[in-house]
Design a protein. Structure first.
Ligand code: FAD
Length: 297
């Protein structure tokens, strides 16, 4: 049995280590979605996140909406906003213009990504002939433009296009060496995968924070689809927990909170103090998880 004194999740508020939380949103497409977006932002803002980030639609398809949202988050809520940015299908000049647009709007945090080809993550990536070659190249480009706080992506189960673990970790190292401040991981459901990844990165000399990306399972069917597309696996025990709950939303919702609670509590007890939540523009579950970690409005 683990002594409660050795578990961060059992310590009192004054004994607990300082936490850093961040919340990821996607730019809403409709008025109704926008209402939910702002409602969720307003409910999560009092948790004092390090930042709230807004994704960049495939191939830059949400360029204007992403900028509009991050600008408003900063001005309306005072919470620092981070804009995601990809370099797929764009020239360096086009990407640099977006970076300058962020800077001029007072947004000084960027989540810098390569992005995927329009055909999907399974397809080979060909950089634009005049474009940034990959995320490491993009990070170096952003650094040349201004003093941004830069996050990059990391993959506890290896990026599907990395030939092997060494190639994957080398790539993360290149992104950090190019000037990234931290890495945020792809969703994962087995904490062992994340902890092994952390060990691999530390052994390779990567000292920058690697923040677990936590995906609450609002809909098992939807999240399984996302996971398959981005190369994250669904452990058999997780599938079993949600099996047969498609028609039982109440038990599904309770199971979702139980699963996410177990995941973050285990990570906290393993000494993890930074968490990034994929909110899908919803706040309920994330509010409860933050409370579980000891963070209240
Ligand atoms: P990179 O770090 O460039 O790596 C991609 C792959 O290419 C790796 O396998 C790497 O090993 C390999 N590679 C890189 N350079 C070389 C080289 N020189 N030679 C050989 N192989 C190389 N996508 C969006 O479209 N919009 C978003 O807002 C968005 N947000 C995300 C946020 C997070 C936290 C995460 C984890 C992912 C996000 N993505 C987003 C998805 C991301 O764009 C994809 O996962 C994409 O496939 C890889 O992007 P990357 O930045 O990790 O690429």
């Amino acid at each position: 049995m683990i002594d409660d004194n050795l578990r961060a999740s059992r310590l009192t508020a004054d004994q607990r280590p300082d936490l850093q939380l961040s919340f990821e949103f996607f730019p809403p497409k409709t008025d109704a979605m926008e209402e939910r977006f702002w409602d969720s932002i307003n409910r999560l803002a009092p948790l004092s996140p390090r930042f709230v980030s807004v994704t960049y639609g495939a191939g830059g398809s949400t360029r204007e909406r992403t900028l509009r949202m991050v600008r408003r988050i900063t001005t309306d809520t005072g919470v620092p906003a981070a804009a995601h940015l990809t370099c797929v299908g764009a020239t360096r000049d086009e990407v640099d213009e977006v970076v300058r647009g962020y800077r001029d709007a007072g947004v000084n945090r960027i989540v810098a990504l390569r992005g995927d080809p329009p055909e999907g993550v399974g397809q080979p990536f060909t950089p634009h002939p005049d474009g940034y070659q990959n995320a490491a190249d993009l990070v170096a480009g952003i650094r040349r433009i201004g003093d941004f706080d830069i996050s990059v992506a990391a993959y506890p189960e290896k990026h599907p296009q990395s030939a092997d673990w060494d190639a994957d970790i080398d790539n993360l190292k290149r992104k950090i060496d190019a000037g990234a401040d931290r890495a945020i991981t792809q969703m994962f459901f087995s904490n062992a995968d994340f902890l092994r990844y952390l060990e691999r990165a530390r052994k390779a000399g990567i000292t920058a924070p690697i923040v677990p990306g936590i995906q609450p399972i609002h809909s098992f069917r939807q999240i399984s689809g996302f996971a398959a597309r981005c190369g994250a696996s669904i452990p058999h025990w997780l599938a079993e927990r949600f099996d047969g709950l498609d028609e039982d939303p109440e038990t599904h919702a309770l199971m979702a909170s139980a699963v996410a609670a177990e995941q973050v509590t285990e990570l906290l007890d393993e000494g993890i103090t930074e968490f990034h939540f994929y909110t899908l523009n919803r706040s309920n579950l994330v509010l409860a998880l933050a409370r579980l970690l000891g963070r209240r409005p």
